[in-house]
Design a protein. Structure first.
Length: 584
């Protein structure tokens, strides 16, 4: 069932893809407000849904303030956190969207705000009113709400963390050796996003070994360096620690590290294996270093501070990706709005040393090169990849990807026939894949340059993937508005990349899954430990059938389809070995 397609015309497609991405109808899979489900671009803007549940009071009134009842203010605040805060910031100080603090909104005035919310703007503000997402009354309410001071959600410091912290099975009561006969290194932890669970699936038999309850709108899994402990974080900032040595693996500790969060990681440097865990929050803007055995919170650090270039204070810079260095006892913490990468030395938690690297604003996701020395991470709204040397704790380069909104996941490492070791990222806003040279020793002329641009299926790509044992580079197009495109994956043969216009093979993953209802999307390839098969999630709405499709990496043929009523909205998949050893 493989179809070969010629290279697509880059300029034309890039334009088409962007236009489509911003007008797309997509699968209503996530627990998000309706409008964040309807447009692909909006579907990928953070919804601060947990913050939206908070009870708030109207801040002190000033002369001339519009009249709002407490319940109107509460409703408006919920709408704001769920739909607006992802771009305009929790405190309305601006992020990718404009600042909306009361000094600014009062100058703009009620009518301006009402019309802006109703009709949107070409710069990306959705037309909430004219699209029917908000009623006329709601638009009026939001315009009045914006004229008042924002309601700051509560902080979440040590007392709150400790109050939420539970050691379910104390370390002394845990097994001293592996009690099950599971092949742990080839286990997959699969995010079941809308059911707030993960599935642990055997990488050889495809059997769902167990399902474990985790956080709300569960997001990612990371594994301790030894491979024993699995850490999962939900958007509600709940971290759950699972012991894979137990007879039936289950949670041994949990904690909430804030109100909204996306990232968790563990210490991997030699001598510190399994010693610490770290999690980063969107709100409050902070990260916390925890004990690797119990999740006891040890040290909380705020990320509030100056934006790297303007040197203006930002009160709520969110923590995006966190990565563990293999070269030093350091965590790399991406601080989104200030554009800084904090290299946090965990060798002495008491006297914490942090090297702050000025990088670029809107840092999001990223991963290591094949030597694991360099961290390549996307400043996505700036169309840049930042390269950091984890050995020297220094900025190496900032590379323009010439695409729109790079979104690498952890990226993919391949050996290019011409350029040597390169790292790849695809883009949300167009069909391009950027290949960046990563070998300053062997191929210095190509290092930290975009050496080639490939054209894959279309815009809306979220993840690329390869494996040291694979000859292929896989590119999804999850948020593309076209059902056939978002249901397929493009595969480049690495040896073909020397050609001027490399072709790719299209794998019709959704067709292979044979799902009758809904418009499922294919998301995030993940290899098994051996690197001879790759798994893709077929992500359908929560009330519809989803699946995981397993592809033979050598033949690019369908190998297996995992289906089970318990597989509700599967998205990210994390092979234990590949995740702990950073193989991608
Ligand atoms: Fe993610 C990684 C944030 C929406 C699936 N996502 C990340 C990381 C961040 C992030 C900061 C890097 C974590 C790290 O490495 O430490 N994600 C966000 C958002 O803010 C955003 C855009 C909107 C939101 O409201 O959360 C968002 N993410 C999604 C999805 O809708 C996805 C596709 C489905 C889902 O399960 O939620 C999704 N994100 C993922 C996955 C990874 C991820 C699978 C890890 C990829 C990897 O290979 O490591």
């Amino acid at each position: 069932m493989n179809i070969r397609r010629p290279k697509l015309k880059p300029l034309l497609l890039a334009g088409v893809a962007v236009a489509l991405v911003f007008s797309a109808q997509v699968v209503p899979a996530q627990e998000k407000p309706a409008d964040h489900k309807d447009a692909a671009s909006a579907a990928y803007q953070p919804s601060m849904t947990t913050l939206g549940q908070l009870q708030v009071e109207i801040p002190g009134r000033k002369a001339g303030d519009p009249v709002m009842t407490p319940s109107e203010y509460q409703n408006a605040n919920t709408i704001y956190f769920e739909r607006c805060a992802g771009c305009h910031g929790v405190l309305r100080k601006g992020a990718t969207g404009k600042a909306l603090t009361a000094d600014i909104t009062r100058k703009l005035g009620y009518e301006h705000l009402r019309d802006f919310i109703t009709y949107g703007s070409p710069a990306g503000m959705p037309n909430w009113g004219s699209s029917g997402s908000l009623t006329e009354d709601e638009v009026d309410m939001m315009a009045r709400y914006l004229l008042l001071d924002p309601a700051a959600p509560p902080e979440f410091g040590m007392p709150e963390m400790r109050a939420s912290w539970k050691v379910i099975v104390a370390p002394e009561n845990r097994p001293t050796e592996k009690m099950n006969d599971w092949d742990i290194d080839n286990l997959f932890s699969v995010t079941l996003r809308d059911s707030g669970e993960i599935a642990l699936i055997d990488g050889s038999t495809y059997e769902i070994k167990t399902i474990i309850e985790t956080g709300y709108a569960v997001h990612i899994s990371r594994i301790s360096a030894s491979g024993r402990y699995l850490f999962v974080i939900g958007r509600d900032a709940k971290v759950v620690m699972i012991d894979l040595w137990m007879d039936v693996p289950g949670p041994v500790a949990e904690i909430k590290i804030g109100t909204e969060a996306r990232s968790v990681e563990t210490s991997k440097f030699k001598g510190y294996e399994d010693k610490y865990a770290i999690a980063g929050a969107y709100w409050p803007p902070q990260f916390v270093i925890m004990d690797g055995d119990t999740l006891e919170p040890l040290r909380i650090e705020s990320t509030r501070g100056m934006i790297y270039d303007e040197q203006i204070y930002h009160p709520e810079p969110r923590v995006a990706a966190i990565l563990s260095s293999h070269y030093k006892p350091e965590f790399l913490v991406n601080v989104k709005e200030t554009g800084k990468i904090m290299m946090v030395d965990y060798s002495d938690i008491q006297s914490l040393k942090i090297t702050e690297i000025n990088a670029e604003r809107f840092l999001h996701d990223g991963g290591l090169d094949s030597t694991q020395r360099y961290f390549l991470t996307a400043a996505n709204a700036r169309n840049k990849i930042v390269v950091v040397d984890t050995k020297e704790s220094k900025l190496v380069s900032i590379v323009d990807t010439e695409g729109q909104t790079p979104h690498p996941g952890r990226g993919a490492n391949i050996i290019h026939p011409t350029y040597g070791p390169v790292w790849a990222t695809s883009h949300l806003g167009d069909d391009t894949v950027a290949l960046i040279g990563t070998d300053p020793e062997g191929h210095p002329e190509y290092a930290w340059k975009m050496v080639q641009q490939l054209y894959a299926l279309g815009g809306g790509s979220l993840f690329v993937k390869s494996h040291p044992g694979s000859e292929h580079l896989y590119v999804d197009a999850t948020l593309n508005p076209d059902a056939e495109t978002s249901g397929s994956v493009a595969v480049f043969n690495v040896s073909d990349l020397a050609q001027e216009e490399p072709e790719y093979t299209v794998l019709p993953i959704v067709e292979w899954a044979n799902i009758a209802e809904g418009q499922p999307r294919v998301v995030q390839g993940e290899f098994n430990q051996a690197g001879d098969e790759i798994w893709f999630s077929v992500w359908n709405a929560a009330d519809k059938e989803s699946a995981i499709v397993v592809v033979d990496d050598k033949t690019l043929e369908l190998k297996h389809v995992i289906k089970d009523p318990r597989l509700i909205t599967p998205t990210g998949k994390f092979n234990v070995y590949n995740t702990r050893a950073d193989v991608y």
